[in-house]
Design a protein. Structure first.
Length: 117
């Protein structure tokens, strides 16, 4: 496996660069960076933006990260995410999809109470 990766990277330098940049982001997003200051985390993220901007495929990722930068950096400051709320929203949406078309409102409320209890 490692030999194949080495061959691909030796033949496609841009793919090697993209992989390195993606791994840099993964290291930046690690929870161990929680102990850095907010300013340092923001500075490191902006440095990553500059690296990633050299590859066109990362432009949409950069745009999304910039849009949510405050919340992302707060993850390190507070150590909390909105994962529980997202999970509940997904569960609610799945329930609605599965019960689409129910005409009996009382039965729907009964199913809702059972599903979320």
């Amino acid at each position: 496996m490692e030999e194949t990766i080495h061959q691909v990277f030796s033949n496609h330098e841009e793919l090697k660069t993209a992989y390195r940049i993606s791994q840099d982001f993964k290291r930046w997003y690690d929870i161990s960076n929680r102990f850095k200051t907010t300013e340092k985390n923001t500075e490191d993220l902006h440095r990553w933006y500059l690296q990633a901007a050299t590859i066109a495929e990362f432009k949409s990722v950069i745009k999304m990260l910039r849009k949510h930068e405050v919340q992302i950096v707060n993850y390190f400051r507070l150590g909390a995410t909105n994962a529980k709320a997202e999970r509940l929203n997904g569960k609610r949406q799945r329930f609605i999809t599965q019960n689409y078309g129910l005409k009996d409102k009382d039965f729907f409320l009964y199913r809702t109470a059972g599903y979320f209890s």
